[in-house]
Design a protein around this ligand. Sequence first.
Ligand code: GSH
Length: 251
Amino acid sequence: MSTPIYHVVGSYLSPYVRKVLVCMDLKGLRYTIDPIAPFLGGDEFEQLSPLRRIPVLIDGPRVINDSSVICQYLEDRHPTPSLYPVDIGERAQARWLEEYADARLGEVIVAKMFYQRGPKRFLFKEATDETAFNHARDVELPACLDWLEPQMPADGFLLGALSIADIAIASFFRNAAFVRFEIDAMRWPRSAAWLQRMFALPAFARLAKIEDTIARVPLPEQAPVLRALGEPVSAETLGTTMPRKGVMRLD
Ligand SMILES: N[C@@H](CCC(=O)N[C@@H](CS)C(=O)NCC(=O)O)C(=O)O
C-alpha cells in the first residue's frame, strides 16, 4: 500500500502547524502544504475551518480541524512510530501536557507575544499591546516554566520516549524564540537543556531553517520562497490578500 499524500493548510510559523509537521516527519508521511496565515484565509478556507484557524488536514474527502485531533488521527492511521505512551496513565498525562501547551502556552506565547509583535502589527497595522507583551514575558511565561521545570527529565524526554507532550511544548517555545524569549538556563536548567535536545531533533532542526528564512518575508511572498527551498507548496491556495480577524478574537 502506498503512503497517502496528505494536504496541510497552515503557515510554518504557527506552533500548531509545527506540531503536525513534526509528527508527520517522525512518521515519514508525505504531504503538500498551503502555507497560509489564518487571517488571510478566504471564504473557502472558512468553509473548511469554521473557526478560521490553522492547521487543517485534508485527507481525500476528509477535512480534519485542530492540531490535537489531527495528530491523534495520524497516530491512529500510522501507529508506528508511536508518539503516544503505551501506558494508559502516561498517555493521559501526555495529552494533558499537550493541552497545557495548546491552551496556556498558546495564550501566553501566541496571543500575548507572537501575535502582538507579528500579525497584529504587520498585517492589521495595529499597535502592539506592550503592557500585555511585557507581562506575558516577565510574569506569565516564567510562571509556566516554574510549573514545567519539576516535570522536566534530567535526560531524554518528558515521559520516557519522545511523545506528543514533548512535540507540543517545544513547538510553542519556537514561537517564543521568534520574539526573542530564551529559557534562562540558570533559573530553569532542565527545561533549557530539554528544549535544546528537542530543537536538535532533525524534525525540528529541518523546520527551523525554513522558519528562519520566511520569518521576515512578507506573507504574500512566502510561497515562492518556500518553493525555492524545496518545500511541497501546493499550486492552489485558500489564501487571499485581504486580512480578516478570526472568529475566536485575539486582542
Ligand atoms: N486548538 C487549535 C488552535 C489553533 C490556532 O489557534 N491556530 C492559530 C494559528 S497559530 C490560529 O489559527 N489563529 C487564528 C485565530 O485564532 O483567529 C489547534 O490546536 O489547532
